[in-house]
Design a binder for this molecule. Sequence first.
Ligand code: DX5
Ligand code: ZN
Length: 230
Amino acid sequence: MRSTTYPALVHVQIAPSILSADFAHLAADCERVAGTADWLHIDVMDNHFVPNLTLGLPIVESLVKAVSTPLDCHLMIEDPDRWAPGYAEAGAGSVTFHIEAANAPVRLARTLRSLGSRVGIGVNPGTPLSVVEPIVGEIDMLLLMTVEPGFGGQPFLDLVLPKIAAARALLDRTGGDVRLQVDGGISAATIERCAEAGADTFVAGSAVYGADDPAAMVAALRKQAAAARG
Ligand code: DX5
Ligand code: ZN
Protein backbone atom coordinates (compact mmCIF):
# COMPACT_ATOMS: atom_id res chain seq x y z
CA MET A 1 0.00 0.00 0.00
CA ARG A 2 1.22 3.47 -0.87
CA SER A 3 2.32 5.71 1.98
CA THR A 4 0.71 9.12 1.77
CA THR A 5 0.42 12.10 4.02
CA TYR A 6 -3.24 13.02 4.15
CA PRO A 7 -4.48 16.53 4.90
CA ALA A 8 -4.60 17.46 8.53
CA LEU A 9 -8.14 17.74 9.82
CA VAL A 10 -8.22 21.48 9.51
CA HIS A 11 -11.45 23.38 9.67
CA VAL A 12 -12.04 23.92 5.95
CA GLN A 13 -10.93 21.69 3.10
CA ILE A 14 -11.23 22.40 -0.61
CA ALA A 15 -11.41 19.62 -3.20
CA PRO A 16 -11.28 20.79 -6.82
CA SER A 17 -13.22 18.47 -9.11
CA ILE A 18 -11.25 17.41 -12.16
CA LEU A 19 -14.52 16.91 -14.01
CA SER A 20 -14.01 20.46 -15.25
CA ALA A 21 -10.30 19.99 -16.02
CA ASP A 22 -8.86 19.35 -19.47
CA PHE A 23 -8.85 15.54 -19.75
CA ALA A 24 -6.18 15.70 -22.46
CA HIS A 25 -3.85 17.35 -19.93
CA LEU A 26 -5.15 15.79 -16.75
CA ALA A 27 -1.95 15.44 -14.74
CA ALA A 28 -0.90 18.98 -15.63
CA ASP A 29 -4.30 20.34 -14.60
CA CYS A 30 -4.09 18.42 -11.32
CA GLU A 31 -0.71 19.99 -10.60
CA ARG A 32 -2.16 23.48 -11.12
CA VAL A 33 -3.80 23.18 -7.67
CA ALA A 34 -1.06 21.13 -5.98
CA GLY A 35 -0.05 22.61 -2.66
CA THR A 36 -3.27 24.62 -2.49
CA ALA A 37 -6.01 22.00 -2.72
CA ASP A 38 -6.51 19.53 0.14
CA TRP A 39 -7.84 16.85 -2.17
CA LEU A 40 -8.41 16.23 -5.85
CA HIS A 41 -12.04 15.20 -6.31
CA ILE A 42 -12.37 12.47 -8.94
CA ASP A 43 -15.90 11.99 -10.30
CA VAL A 44 -16.36 8.40 -11.45
CA MET A 45 -19.60 7.94 -13.41
CA ASP A 46 -20.82 4.72 -15.01
CA ASN A 47 -23.73 5.88 -17.20
CA HIS A 48 -26.08 3.78 -15.06
CA PHE A 49 -26.26 5.36 -11.61
CA VAL A 50 -26.05 8.71 -13.41
CA PRO A 51 -26.68 9.54 -17.08
CA ASN A 52 -23.04 10.31 -17.83
CA LEU A 53 -19.80 8.42 -18.32
CA THR A 54 -16.46 9.80 -17.16
CA LEU A 55 -13.47 7.77 -16.04
CA GLY A 56 -12.67 4.70 -14.01
CA LEU A 57 -10.07 2.70 -12.20
CA PRO A 58 -7.23 2.67 -14.77
CA ILE A 59 -7.13 6.47 -14.81
CA VAL A 60 -7.25 6.64 -11.02
CA GLU A 61 -4.38 4.14 -10.82
CA SER A 62 -2.34 6.38 -13.11
CA LEU A 63 -3.25 9.59 -11.27
CA VAL A 64 -2.24 8.13 -7.91
CA LYS A 65 1.26 7.74 -9.29
CA ALA A 66 1.36 11.00 -11.21
CA VAL A 67 0.00 13.61 -8.81
CA SER A 68 0.99 14.72 -5.34
CA THR A 69 -2.44 15.67 -3.96
CA PRO A 70 -4.47 12.86 -2.34
CA LEU A 71 -7.41 11.61 -4.37
CA ASP A 72 -10.99 11.92 -3.15
CA CYS A 73 -12.82 9.44 -5.38
CA HIS A 74 -16.56 10.06 -5.69
CA LEU A 75 -18.14 6.95 -7.15
CA MET A 76 -21.42 7.68 -8.89
CA ILE A 77 -21.80 4.07 -9.93
CA GLU A 78 -24.05 1.10 -9.46
CA ASP A 79 -22.81 -1.86 -7.45
CA PRO A 80 -20.14 -0.03 -5.43
CA ASP A 81 -19.99 -3.14 -3.22
CA ARG A 82 -18.18 -4.76 -6.11
CA TRP A 83 -16.17 -1.88 -7.56
CA ALA A 84 -15.28 0.55 -4.74
CA PRO A 85 -12.59 -1.59 -3.03
CA GLY A 86 -10.45 -1.38 -6.17
CA TYR A 87 -10.15 2.38 -5.72
CA ALA A 88 -8.91 1.94 -2.15
CA GLU A 89 -6.48 -0.72 -3.32
CA ALA A 90 -5.23 1.69 -5.98
CA GLY A 91 -4.26 4.18 -3.26
CA ALA A 92 -7.14 6.66 -3.23
CA GLY A 93 -7.02 8.60 0.03
CA SER A 94 -10.78 8.68 0.27
CA VAL A 95 -13.48 6.64 -1.44
CA THR A 96 -17.10 7.82 -1.42
CA PHE A 97 -19.94 5.58 -2.55
CA HIS A 98 -23.63 6.45 -2.74
CA ILE A 99 -26.08 5.17 -0.17
CA GLU A 100 -28.68 4.85 -2.95
CA ALA A 101 -26.45 2.33 -4.75
CA ALA A 102 -24.88 0.23 -2.01
CA ASN A 103 -26.30 -3.14 -1.03
CA ALA A 104 -24.33 -3.55 2.20
CA PRO A 105 -22.99 -0.11 3.16
CA VAL A 106 -21.62 -1.10 6.56
CA ARG A 107 -19.70 -4.03 5.15
CA LEU A 108 -18.41 -1.90 2.28
CA ALA A 109 -17.33 0.93 4.61
CA ARG A 110 -15.43 -1.53 6.79
CA THR A 111 -13.80 -3.11 3.76
CA LEU A 112 -12.64 0.27 2.46
CA ARG A 113 -11.19 1.24 5.83
CA SER A 114 -9.41 -2.11 6.09
CA LEU A 115 -7.77 -1.29 2.77
CA GLY A 116 -6.40 1.96 4.18
CA SER A 117 -8.83 4.45 2.66
CA ARG A 118 -11.02 7.02 4.33
CA VAL A 119 -14.70 6.32 3.64
CA GLY A 120 -17.40 8.66 2.46
CA ILE A 121 -21.09 8.11 1.86
CA GLY A 122 -22.87 10.22 -0.76
CA VAL A 123 -26.49 11.33 -0.43
CA ASN A 124 -28.52 12.70 -3.33
CA PRO A 125 -30.70 15.81 -2.90
CA GLY A 126 -33.91 13.79 -2.65
CA THR A 127 -32.58 11.17 -0.25
CA PRO A 128 -33.34 11.79 3.42
CA LEU A 129 -30.59 11.94 6.01
CA SER A 130 -32.38 9.29 8.05
CA VAL A 131 -30.97 6.57 5.78
CA VAL A 132 -27.39 7.35 6.81
CA GLU A 133 -28.04 8.28 10.41
CA PRO A 134 -27.59 4.74 11.78
CA ILE A 135 -24.20 4.31 10.12
CA VAL A 136 -22.37 7.62 10.56
CA GLY A 137 -20.12 5.86 13.07
CA GLU A 138 -18.75 3.79 10.18
CA ILE A 139 -17.63 6.68 7.97
CA ASP A 140 -15.12 9.52 7.73
CA MET A 141 -17.13 11.81 5.48
CA LEU A 142 -20.75 12.52 4.66
CA LEU A 143 -21.19 13.94 1.14
CA LEU A 144 -24.35 15.90 0.53
CA MET A 145 -25.03 16.47 -3.16
CA THR A 146 -26.11 20.04 -3.80
CA VAL A 147 -27.08 19.21 -7.40
CA GLU A 148 -28.47 16.04 -8.91
CA PRO A 149 -25.31 14.04 -9.64
CA GLY A 150 -24.11 13.54 -13.18
CA PHE A 151 -22.76 16.79 -14.56
CA GLY A 152 -20.53 19.69 -13.66
CA GLY A 153 -21.64 23.27 -13.99
CA GLN A 154 -25.20 22.87 -12.69
CA PRO A 155 -26.83 25.51 -10.49
CA PHE A 156 -26.65 25.03 -6.73
CA LEU A 157 -29.85 23.66 -5.14
CA ASP A 158 -30.77 25.88 -2.19
CA LEU A 159 -33.25 23.28 -1.03
CA VAL A 160 -30.35 21.24 0.34
CA LEU A 161 -29.34 23.96 2.84
CA PRO A 162 -31.65 22.72 5.62
CA LYS A 163 -30.26 19.22 5.12
CA ILE A 164 -26.71 20.56 5.53
CA ALA A 165 -27.73 22.13 8.83
CA ALA A 166 -29.44 18.92 9.93
CA ALA A 167 -26.36 16.89 8.98
CA ARG A 168 -24.15 19.27 10.96
CA ALA A 169 -26.36 18.78 14.00
CA LEU A 170 -26.33 15.01 13.51
CA LEU A 171 -22.53 14.85 13.25
CA ASP A 172 -22.08 17.14 16.26
CA ARG A 173 -24.47 14.97 18.23
CA THR A 174 -22.88 11.66 17.29
CA GLY A 175 -19.34 12.94 17.78
CA GLY A 176 -16.43 11.33 15.99
CA ASP A 177 -14.37 12.86 13.27
CA VAL A 178 -16.67 12.96 10.25
CA ARG A 179 -16.20 15.60 7.54
CA LEU A 180 -19.30 17.18 5.99
CA GLN A 181 -18.73 17.64 2.26
CA VAL A 182 -20.91 19.49 -0.23
CA ASP A 183 -20.68 18.90 -3.98
CA GLY A 184 -22.37 20.69 -6.86
CA GLY A 185 -22.66 24.34 -7.77
CA ILE A 186 -20.13 25.44 -5.15
CA SER A 187 -18.63 28.82 -6.06
CA ALA A 188 -17.85 32.22 -4.59
CA ALA A 189 -21.59 32.89 -4.79
CA THR A 190 -22.70 29.82 -2.80
CA ILE A 191 -19.86 28.61 -0.57
CA GLU A 192 -20.64 30.94 2.32
CA ARG A 193 -24.23 29.68 2.63
CA CYS A 194 -22.97 26.11 2.77
CA ALA A 195 -20.29 26.95 5.32
CA GLU A 196 -22.77 28.82 7.50
CA ALA A 197 -25.08 25.80 7.36
CA GLY A 198 -22.22 23.63 8.64
CA ALA A 199 -20.30 22.16 5.71
CA ASP A 200 -16.51 21.95 6.19
CA THR A 201 -15.34 20.29 2.97
CA PHE A 202 -16.13 21.82 -0.40
CA VAL A 203 -15.96 20.35 -3.90
CA ALA A 204 -15.70 22.89 -6.70
CA GLY A 205 -15.31 21.96 -10.35
CA SER A 206 -16.31 24.66 -12.78
CA ALA A 207 -15.58 27.43 -10.25
CA VAL A 208 -11.95 26.30 -9.94
CA TYR A 209 -11.11 25.07 -13.43
CA GLY A 210 -13.14 27.80 -15.09
CA ALA A 211 -11.04 30.43 -13.31
CA ASP A 212 -8.02 32.06 -14.91
CA ASP A 213 -5.96 31.03 -11.89
CA PRO A 214 -7.34 27.80 -10.36
CA ALA A 215 -4.95 27.88 -7.39
CA ALA A 216 -5.95 31.44 -6.54
CA MET A 217 -9.61 30.42 -6.72
CA VAL A 218 -9.00 27.54 -4.30
CA ALA A 219 -7.38 29.97 -1.88
CA ALA A 220 -10.21 32.47 -2.28
CA LEU A 221 -12.89 29.83 -1.70
CA ARG A 222 -11.05 28.59 1.39
CA LYS A 223 -10.88 32.12 2.79
CA GLN A 224 -14.58 32.72 2.19
CA ALA A 225 -15.59 29.40 3.74
CA ALA A 226 -13.32 29.85 6.75
CA ALA A 227 -14.73 33.32 7.40
CA ALA A 228 -18.28 32.03 7.12
CA ARG A 229 -17.57 29.06 9.41
CA GLY A 230 -16.31 31.58 11.99
C1 DX5 B 1 -21.52 16.21 -10.13
C2 DX5 B 1 -20.17 15.92 -9.54
C3 DX5 B 1 -19.46 17.12 -9.07
C4 DX5 B 1 -19.13 18.12 -10.15
C5 DX5 B 1 -19.21 19.45 -9.52
O1 DX5 B 1 -22.25 15.04 -10.27
O2 DX5 B 1 -20.26 15.03 -8.45
O3 DX5 B 1 -18.28 16.79 -8.35
O4 DX5 B 1 -17.87 17.95 -10.71
O5 DX5 B 1 -19.05 20.40 -10.51
P1 DX5 B 1 -19.45 21.91 -10.27
O6 DX5 B 1 -18.59 22.40 -9.13
O7 DX5 B 1 -19.15 22.56 -11.57
O8 DX5 B 1 -20.90 21.93 -9.93
ZN1 ZN C 1 -18.43 14.81 -7.16
